[in-house]
Design a protein around this ligand. Structure first.
Ligand code: NAD
Ligand code: ZN
Length: 368
């Protein structure tokens, strides 16, 4: 546990251009008119379904008649089938390649925007690119506009999707999955429900406590992680996590957290959380928070801070969710957790399988 390992990630591609600040979404029409001059001029917008009845909250998006909007459902996290279905709809109803794909929403919507942008130029099906560096061409120019903060999807080189046919939850990990442009306008996250604001915000905190406590070190990644943790603690230990000042701080933390995780690995919390998502269909960020119930032994300091933050913001984290599970379901939880070898190794070293026996994993899940 004492060794310092290189992550092996040496060349990092970040977002080309970003803006941050209240009202920065007003830069979009100008950016679009620049892009429209380059090719056929049509823009594709993928927008979180929350805004379908709240479009006025986004202001002027520079929409013209030739453009196309698809509202992205967020009840279920993206499946490869869902992404393929969107792409098929586009082929039928919006022929030709747009000059830009704009993703406006949370991690689900931004990930769909990345995947669709990649499919336009690479062809095939979403599942063909689940893995590392399988895309051969840059996607259509893509702009990410987060409306909730924490996952860091606006900064990372992946877009997470589940292939229901084989149970594989994996993104298109590629430099081509990085947004060309990101616009971070904290005004947009003011309407997020409080519980969701906390769950998603905690994804940034959790990514960084896992990576900073891991065996693999990357100097830049650690610096991003330290500042992400500081900002999250400032936000969630303050009186009102959703104040104007805190929403811009959390948007910053989310972006930095995404940059951090691009250079390192997560640890124990994400594999346990993946088990809850795969077996019990619990959304990623909420599942992470539930997993924190079982993490005292592994992350004692951060465990205490996490529960202080939840209490301070009066957020009830679900409990008792594994109470009535049978042995078969505990086995499924174990199987979908233990396959995440890289993060488990990062957290516990090469003896992780000896430490995380089926019995031990069941005991941990029983705390949730
Ligand atoms: P989300 O997209 O799951 O949305 C959560 C909820 O918040 C939805 O109901 C949505 O409609 C709502 N919402 C979003 N913005 C809102 C607003 N401004 N006002 C009101 N409601 C709003 O949010 P998330 O937690 O950011 O994303 C989770 C997804 O991100 C998962 O699918 C996960 O796998 C993925 N993820 C991706 C990466 C990556 O690097 N690509 C990293 C971590 C997680
Ligand atoms: Zn996460």
């Amino acid at each position: 546990m004492n060794g310092i390992l290189e992550t092996g990630i040496s060349k990092v591609h970040n977002v080309n251009h970003y803006s941050i600040g209240e009202g920065s979404i007003s830069e979009l029409p100008l950016e679009l008119s620049r892009l429209r001059k380059k090719s056929n001029g049509k823009a594709l917008y993928l927008v979180d379904e929350f805004f379908e009845s709240n479009m006025e909250k986004l202001g002027d998006l520079g929409f013209i008649d030739e453009d196309f909007i698809i509202y992205i459902q967020t009840k279920e996290e993206p499946t490869t089938q869902y992404v393929n279905d969107i792409y098929q709809t586009l082929i039928e109803e919006f022929p030709g390649e747009p000059c830009v794909v704009v993703g406006i929403g949370g991690g689900i919507t931004m990930d769909c925007a990345k995947a669709i942008s990649n499919l336009y130029t690479n062809g095939g099906k979403a599942e063909d690119y689940q893995g590392w560096d399988l895309l051969s061409k840059p996607g259509v120019y893509k702009i990410g506009i987060p409306t909730i903060s924490g996952t860091g999807a606006e900064a990372t080189r992946t877009c997470v999707m589940t292939n229901k046919a084989n149970g594989l939850k994996l993104g298109m990990n590629s430099d081509y999955s990085v947004f060309d442009r990101v616009i971070m306008d904290p005004k947009l996250s003011s309407t997020v429900p409080r519980n969701q604001f906390f769950y998603t915000g905690m994804d940034a905190y959790i990514h960084c406590i896992e990576s900073i406590n891991g065996l693999h070190k990357n100097h830049i990644g650690r610096a991003f992680a330290r500042e992400t943790i500081n900002l999250c603690e400032e936000v969630f230990l303050s009186e009102d996590m959703m104040s104007d000042e805190n929403r811009i701080k959390l948007m910053t933390a989310s972006y930095l957290g995404g940059c951090s995780i691009a250079t390192s690995y997560v640890g124990l919390i994400h594999p346990f959380s993946a088990g809850l998502s795969v077996v019990l269909d619990i959304h990623h960020c909420e599942a992470n928070c539930i997993v924190m119930r079982g993490m005292k032994e592994f992350y004692p300091k951060e465990f205490d801070v996490f529960w202080q933050m939840a209490h301070k913001q009066n957020i009830q984290i679900p409990s008792g969710i594994t109470k009535s599970l049978n042995n078969h379901q505990f086995d499924q939880l174990y199987d979908s957790m233990i396959i995440h070898e890289k993060p488990l190794f990062n957290a516990l070293g090469d003896k992780f399988k000896e430490l995380l026996t089926r019995g031990k994993v069941k005991e941990i899940y029983e705390l949730m």
